[in-house]
Design a protein around this ligand. Structure first.
Ligand SMILES: Nc1ncnc2c1ncn2[C@@H]1O[C@H](COP(=O)(O)OP(=O)(O)OP(=O)(O)O)[C@@H](O)[C@H]1O
Ligand SMILES: [Mg+2]
Length: 210
């Protein structure tokens, strides 16, 4: 099985839709431990990506992801714009020139993308950030492929791990980003960035399953 360019375009469109639907929820999560802008930021950014998609639809997957990166970096603002922008910028380099993605290509997209977030934000698992969703999600995807699973099954494992990682941020004390200024008061709240990461990965699964 391969992932087609149409599925990648569908992924980005579905991400924009689900982030728009969850805009109020994500902003609400960013209230007690942030500045109540995550949903608005991320929905605006992906909305702009969706608007730009038709202009790049005939280009290769790397170029589509690069447009996504540039759009997010210019439209999202705040920490998450640079972090998601870096994910897509690195991911684009990982699959430069491709028209379809094999399991290995998708693995590379995710692996170098997550590496881009870490390189930029320097967060580790347990810091209560989007990395708490990305890192276990990537590990689950990779171990699933190593166990001989198909892309779709590996993506399902990936999304399940992202969801668990997202929930696991609740009892954590934030050590990175705006939430870390709250110290112990950040405990007991789910991280908004880990939540948008879960939604974006679930959109990828839905695009691949369609
Ligand atoms: N260093 C980091 N590494 C990884 N993720 C981070 C880091 N700092 C913040 N985040 C993620 O960003 C999310 C907040 O995104 P948001 O769009 O609200 O930006 P912000 O924190 O308000 O930005 P700013 O403080 O620059 O205005 C957090 O929930 C967390 O998941
Ligand atoms: Mg915020």
């Amino acid at each position: 099985m391969t992932v087609t360019k149409a599925q990648i375009i569908d992924w980005l469109g579905k991400s924009a839709a689900v982030l728009e639907e969850n805009k109020a929820y994500l902003t609400e999560l960013d209230g007690p431990i942030g500045d109540s802008d995550h949903g608005v930021n991320i929905a605006r950014g992906f909305g702009a990506v969706a608007e730009n998609l038709p202009d790049v639809a005939d280009q290769d997957i790397g170029s589509i992801l690069k447009m996504t990166a540039m759009t997010l970096m210019s439209k999202v603002g705040g920490a998450s714009g640079m972090l998601y922008g870096n994910f897509f910028l690195r991911a684009a380099m990982g699959v430069n020139g491709k028209e379809t993605l094999s399991a290995d290509d998708l693995n590379k997209l995710l692996e170098v993308g997550v590496g881009g977030i870490v390189q930029r934000g320097r967060a580790v698992v347990g810091d209560k950030t989007m990395i708490d969703a990305w890192t276990p999600a990537l590990a689950a995807f990779q171990s699933s492929l190593t166990a001989g699973r198909e892309i779709t099954a590996a993506m399902r494992a990936c999304v399940d791990a992202a969801e668990q990682g997202m929930k696991d941020t609740i009892p954590l004390q934030a050590r990175k980003g705006r939430a870390s200024y709250l110290g112990e008061r950040s405990i007991g709240h789910q991280d908004p960035g880990a939540t948008s990461t879960y939604l974006i990965l679930n959109a990828l699964l839905e695009a691949i399953e369609a």
